[in-house]
Each structure stands twice: as C-alpha cells, then as structure tokens.
Design a protein around this ligand. Structure first.
Ligand SMILES: Cc1cc2nc3c(=O)[nH]c(=O)nc-3n(C[C@H](O)[C@H](O)[C@H](O)COP(=O)(O)OP(=O)(O)OC[C@H]3O[C@@H](n4cnc5c(N)ncnc54)[C@H](O)[C@@H]3O)c2cc1C
Length: 506
C-alpha cells in the first residue's frame, strides 16, 4: 500500500501506523505532471547497456536524506531510508532557499508550492546592533532572479514545501549503530539499535554532523584524517564554535501598529544586526504572518544545554539578557518571543574522503561538510549533493561503475562545499567583530558597496570584489547562486562517460 507523505505522517501522528512500521509512500506532487524540463525523470544507462537498479540505503531523513531518496528513487533505484527519530517533523523555523536550491526544487515540480507558500525578500540589510544604523544594503527581489536564473525564497517549513514526490520505503525509529561492507560481495549491511540489519548495494550517510556513517567511510574513529597534500593529520571531530543559535518565530499581529516594527514587515527585507560576538537574522515568513528570528551568541547559562544535543528548548529570559543594550526594535521583537529552541553551532574541517575503500559507502550533507548558518547554504549543499548523486547514478549499468561514480560525485562536490563552508565561517567572524578598527573597516567596506549601488541604482553594474558584505560581491553571488548541480553532473558524464571496465573520456 502506498501513501502520500501527509497521509503517512498523519498515520504516525495518530497512531494508525506504529513506530518502526515500514511505510511506503509517494506522490506529494505529481512530478511527471508538473516538472519543468527535468532532465532526469527516467534513468539513462548508456553504452547500449541496461540500467542497473541498486538497493540504496539512505541513513537519515533530514533535508539531505529525503532529497537523496527522491533523486535516486525517481531514476529507478530501490530506496530504503532509515531514520532514528520516531517522526519526521520540521524544526518549526524559517529557512532561506537560495536560487541554487530553488532552481532544483522548481525543476522537480515544486515551483507552485514555493510561489504560494514562500516569501521573496526584497533586500538584505546589515545594521549596527546598538542603534540600528544601516551599514550595508543589497537589493534582491526580482534582481536575484534576473542575475541568477531562479528566485530567492524564505520558507517556514521545509519538509512539506520542499519534499518532492517520494519513491521510497521509510523506516522510523531505526537508529543505525554500525556499518559493514563484505569485501567479497560488495554488499553493505547496517545494523540497527533494535538488533535488525538491512543490506544493500550502496549506503549513503545523510546522518548529519554527528554522522556514524562517516566512521565507516574513514574506517575507524574519525577524529583525525590525513590531509592528502600535506600528509598532516587534521582534526575532523565536530568542533563546537562556542556559539549557539536560538531560533524563534513570532506572530506579526503584535508588530503591526508599531511604526518601528511595521517597517520590518512592509519591505520584506532580511535584516542582519551585527554586534560584538553576536548577530541576529530576521525575516518574514508565512506571507508576512510570522517573523523568523535566528539569534547567534556565545553559549552561556541556560542556553548552553544544547551543547551535547542536536537541538533543545532554550531560555527566553536568557536570550533577552544576551541581547540587552541592542537597538529598540530588537528589544521589542524579543518581548514577543515566548519559546525558543537552541542549536549548538558546530564546525568541522572540510573532509577529503567521502567514499569508503570498497566504494560502497558515501556521505552527503552535514555528514561530510557541515556549514555554519551565516551563508544560509547548509540545506542547499545537501540537496545539491543529492542532485549530483541522482544524476550520476541514473547512468549506472554495472556494479563496477559504482566506485568510479562515487569518486566522481566527490570530485564534483568537494571544492564547492569546501568553499561554501569557508565562506560561512568567514561571515560568522565578520558578523561578530568586536567594536574597534576591524569593525570600522568592515562597516566602511559594506557602506561603500551600499553607496555605490544606491548611486548607480539606474543601471551601472559594479562588481564589489571582496566586499565584506559577501552578497554585494557579484562574482561570489554568481558562483554561489547560478550553480546547477544536475548540469554539473551531466557535464561530468559527457566528458567522462564510463564503460563497465573504465573511462571513455579523459
Ligand atoms: C540556526 C540554523 C539556521 C539555518 N538556516 C539555514 C538556511 O536558512 N538555509 C540553509 O540552506 N541551511 C540552513 N541551515 C543549515 C541546515 O539546517 C543544515 O545544513 C541541513 O539541515 C543539513 O541537512 P542534512 O540532511 O545533511 O542533516 P540533518 O538535517 O542533520 O539530518 C540528519 C538526519 O539523520 C538522522 N540521523 C542521525 N544519526 C542517525 C543514525 N545513526 N541512524 C538513523 N538516523 C540518524 C537525524 O535524526 C536527522 O533526521 C541552518 C542551520 C542552523 C543550525
């Protein structure tokens, strides 16, 4: 029996389906009816060979795992998703969907959903924490789409808006505890905490920053891994940045009628208040009915409990205390907050081994390149990974090709995800500069970009290379947002098309 995603989730919520049941579900949207120019709805093994259907085990049903299940399922592979949680739910906070992500989602048939549910930000503003002075400004709106070929959106829910048609078996309450690949048969087996085991041709670790599958890829505890260039052992355990992100969503009903706060709603701008060791991101979601806040600060007091956890409820009082002395609008906004959840912000050095020695286990998303939120690209990177894997494995016709295609996946993705990780880290530091010469230089740099854009509003194009407002740097924006993950994978295939035994091209 196949269910829609909503039906399956309702069945779990209402107890009709038991935790641990296998629910096969499909069809949040009818992809074949709505997809626009999707190049990969059908599998396409070439060289006159027949497509090889693999059984793929995806560990983790976050944004990356769900997208991988979709991208690999729609080209014809059999997918089993194993998720440790007992239900799939959104974190209940806003998420930014940049053009490199919306491009894929629209192609996969979700354009109408995005249009009806998401908000399109008109501009990005950087503000001084103490008095709200505008330090930087970049116009988005239609300009975003004109420059990058797809819109920028703010969404309030990801799973329901951005999960394309699903073709997989989902097993909830299925925590994976170990992975083993039989070198003779190449079959990979994951063991679950409840004693069950599941075997398949390929195992994908989409299990987030604390990934256990990462251990299998690195063969042993992954706290160290050798830099292939320098042979230096580098630390790859998750490093706690010392900061936490509190997320809160408030109703805008109370904001209306207050002239200071109404301005935040009318112009649909994304605000970034920058202060010493802290920053706040604010934007409208649900068509202006709610305002999403992300408050990043050094962890302390009651809001440090999240350190060992993925996410935990935090203290609103502590949050207000953390931002005491920030400009009046911030104080007013925080008065409306009645609940907050805290994320520890973890970082990991870029990992340069994504595929195990046998070529049967790989990683995607935060499991191999956790990205701080300061570039709003973590989910986008996970979905791009999934798109590349789906595109490459659409061509598979023999088991021997698997290892080559997985290494191709890493080659296509490594530099991009590394750059994005580092860009997010750089922004994190830029936003948190303490008052002093570096902060003044940052403000000057952002102001000069803002003034140039405002002076040339009638059309002149400025590059703003290396500006401290990374979104003002047109080259950087084009690299980040024009990227088409499926096109990159197809380009690789055309250049390297492989046969059963090896490469055709260079
Ligand atoms: C405050 C904040 C704001 C952010 N804002 C944005 C934004 O605006 N835009 C953006 O693109 N990104 C944003 N991100 C980043 C984004 O949330 C992550 O990069 C993204 O969710 C990673 O997806 P993932 O699927 O790789 O991992 P996760 O979302 O971490 O999913 C991993 C899944 O694996 C499961 N799992 C783990 N271990 C096991 C196991 N052993 N067995 C079975 N299941 C397991 C987990 O339960 C989970 O469901 C933000 C992050 C934070 C913290």
């Amino acid at each position: 029996m196949r269910y829609t995603f909503d039906e399956a989730m309702d069945m779990v919520a209402t107890g009709v389906a038991r935790i641990g049941d296998e629910l096969e579900f499909t069809g949040l949207v009818d992809i074949t009816a709505t997809s626009q120019d999707s190049p990969l709805v059908e599998h396409k093994a070439t060289n006159g060979s027949q497509f090889l259907c693999l059984h793929i085990i995806v560990v983790g049903c976050g944004i990356g795992g769900l997208s991988a299940a979709y991208c690999l399922g729609r080209v014809g592979h059999k997918i089993t998703v194993l998720e440790q949680a007992s239900e799939i739910k959104d974190v209940g906070a806003g998420i930014q969907v940049s053009p490199n992500l919306s491009r894929l989602l629209i192609r996969w048939g979700l354009g109408k959903q995005l249009q009806s549910l998401a908000t399109r930000p008109e501009a990005l503003k950087f503000l001084k924490y103490s008095n709200g002075e505008m330090i930087g400004w970049t116009k988005w709106g239609n300009r975003m789409e004109e420059d990058h070929g797809a819109p920028y959106y703010h969404l309030h829910t990801y799973h329901k808006c951005c999960t394309p048609s699903l073709h997989h078996t989902l097993r909830l309450s299925s925590k994976v505890v170990s992975v083993l690949v039989d070198p003779g048969t190449g079959i990979g087996t994951v063991k679950l905490e409840n004693g069950d085991s599941v075997s398949g041709d390929l195992i994908i670790g989409a299990d987030g920053i604390k990934s256990i599958i990462r251990e299998a890829v690195l063969h042993g505890p992954s706290d160290r891994d050798t830099d292939t260039n320098t042979q230096v052992k580098k630390l790859t355990i998750p490093i706690h940045t010392g900061d936490c992100a509190c997320r809160a969503v408030i109703s805008t009903a109370g904001m209306r009628g207050d002239p200071e706060l109404e301005g935040l709603l009318e112009r649909k701008e994304i605000m970034c208040w920058m202060g010493p060791l802290k920053h706040i991101i604010g934007y409208c979601i649900r068509g202006g009915k709610e305002y999403n806040l992300v408050l990043v600060h050094p962890e302390n007091g009651s809001n440090s409990r999240a350190k060992e956890l993925y996410m935990a409820e935090g203290s609103v009082e502590q949050m207000r205390a953390d931002f005491e002395g920030w400009e009046p609008r911030v104080q007013k906004l925080l008065k409306f907050v009645d609940k907050t959840y805290v994320w520890p912000l973890m970082y990991r050095e870029p990992l340069d081994k994504w595929v195990d020695t046998d070529g049967r286990v790989t990683l995607l998303g935060d499991a191999c390149h956790p990205t701080l939120p300061s570039r709003a690209q973590g989910s986008a990177m996970a979905v791009e990974d999934a798109a590349v894997l789906g595109s490459l494995l659409a061509h598979i016709s023999h088991h021997k090709q698997l290892q080559i295609l997985l290494h191709a996946y890493q080659d296509i993705r490594y530099a991009r995800t590394r750059e994005t990780q580092l860009a997010a880290l750089a922004n994190h530091n830029t936003f948190h500069l303490e008052d002093g010469p570096a902060q003044r230089a940052r403000d000057e740099s952002m102001r000069s970009a803002m003034n140039t854009v405002m002076e040339h509003a009638q059309g002149a194009e400025e590059e703003m290379d290396g500006n401290m407002n990374m979104w003002a740097d047109r080259k950087k924006s084009q690299l980040q947002f024009c990227y088409d993950a499926e096109a990159e994978a197809e380009r690789w295939w055309v250049e390297h098309e492989i046969t059963t035994g090896g490469w055709r091209g260079s």
